[in-house]
Design a protein around this ligand. Structure first.
Ligand SMILES: NC(=O)c1ccc[n+]([C@@H]2O[C@H](COP(=O)([O-])OP(=O)(O)OC[C@H]3O[C@@H](n4cnc5c(N)ncnc54)[C@H](OP(=O)(O)O)[C@@H]3O)[C@@H](O)[C@H]2O)c1
Length: 332
């Protein structure tokens, strides 16, 4: 089959012919109809996580997929040949920039029936991340105050919608040309990061999600109310990240050092900082699928590339050219 692979860390992504995967007992084989690009694809390529996520080379990139089940493993329940599904395959089993992928069925959910394959492929990683941060970590509910940075991005555009659905008051940061988009998605307070300083106008937040890092993260701590939680999605990592990925103990110590400064600054303010890294979860994805089907959430797609142009799609995301939402790759 045709797939887009890297032959080593920091090597370019390129098309190649590679054997079609085989299904294990817990897997479903999926004929890929669409995939979407995430910044995580490039972080894997550049070796950002290579100490913790050891990918064999060559490795196929791609963390999001929508497609049709063509084969099921002997231990699979709940899925049948012909089912239209979507998924964020678990770490070390990625590879959606291909014609087929074998996925553990516990990472899969039926595609929302009202979404096209292209729309559905834009959803899994960012929607799971949004749910895990807002519901599982932040316990967001009616009246919660949530700040999400980079509201026009794939992640931010989903967090805004889910936080509003959960009943929260939502603030976001966006560039001048994205203000209309994030307002239409439901953001209550929009701060144009090119002209205004969010830290001067926002306060009393329960949860803040930082997708920018550095000084932006330090200033994010100042808008939290006492007891508030800041989740960093770009770093710095902490011991919990090493634990989540099952890394040997020394990694927990090393990663805790990387976030020591921001954790200390948070403590001084009576708030908490934690690094967040999403995980695959088919059951939660099924819950989210129902929210898309009911119209509570909608995919935000910036643009679509054909499968043959996957390298261009990744470059488009890397260059920050997306003007709102996700970049999707289709096989149609
Ligand atoms: N840890 C996790 O589990 C996890 C999960 C998902 C994503 N992430 C990370 O979160 C980040 C965003 O991901 P994504 O998929 O949303 O990426 P994306 O779609 O490429 O989003 C980029 C967005 O960032 C905005 N932006 C750039 N500089 C900004 C600033 N200084 N302040 C506010 N917004 C700014 C841009 O907004 P304008 O167009 O308005 O300028 C753009 O819309 C990436 O670093 C990704 O790796 C982590």
């Amino acid at each position: 089959m045709k797939a887009f692979v890297i032959d080593g860390y920091k090597e370019p992504v390129h098309a190649t012919e590679i054997p079609t995967p085989t299904v294990g007992p817990h897997d479903v084989m999926v004929k890929v109809a669409a995939a979407s690009v995430n910044p995580l694809d490039t972080l894997i390529r550049t070796g950002e996580f290579k100490q913790l996520l050891k990918y064999p080379m060559p490795t196929i990139l791609g963390h999001d997929v929508a497609g049709t089940v063509t084969e099921v493993g002997s231990a699979v329940t709940g899925f049948a040949v012909g089912d239209e599904i979507f998924s964020r395959p678990r770490d070390l089993r990625i590879g959606t920039f291909a014609e087929h992928i074998a996925i553990d069925h516990r990472d899969v959910a039926l595609k929302p029936s009202n979404l096209s394959f292209a729309e559905a492929a834009a959803v899994p990683l960012v929607a799971l991340a949004a749910w895990q941060m807002l519901v599982e970590k932040g316990r967001v509910g009616t009246g919660s105050k949530v700040l999400v940075h980079a509201g026009a991005g794939g992640l931010g555009s989903t967090v805004i919608q889910l936080a509003k659905y959960l009943g929260a008051h939502v603030a976001t940061t966006a560039g001048t040309s994205s203000v209309d988009l994030v307002t239409a998605l439901g953001a209550d307070d929009v701060v144009d990061y090119r002209t205004d300083d969010f830290a001067e106008v926002l306060s009393g937040y329960d949860l803040a999600i930082d997708a920018v890092g550095g000084d932006n993260l330090s200033r994010t701590l100042t808008v939290l109310k006492p007891g508030g939680l800041a989740l960093g999605v770009t770093g710095p990592p902490d011991a919990g990240f090493a634990k989540q990925l099952g890394a040997p103990k020394p990694f927990e110590f090393v990663l805790s050092l990387l976030s020591r400064k921001v954790r200390a600054a948070a403590k001084k303010r009576g708030v908490t900082y934690a690094f967040f890294y999403m995980h695959a979860d088919g059951a939660t994805l099924a819950t989210l699928a129902a929210l898309y089907e009911a119209g509570h959430l909608r995919p935000v797609v910036d643009t679509t590339f054909s499968f043959d142009d996957t390298v261009d799609a990744i470059a488009y995301v890397d260059a920050g050219r997306a003007r709102g939402g996700k970049v999707v790759i289709t096989h149609e």
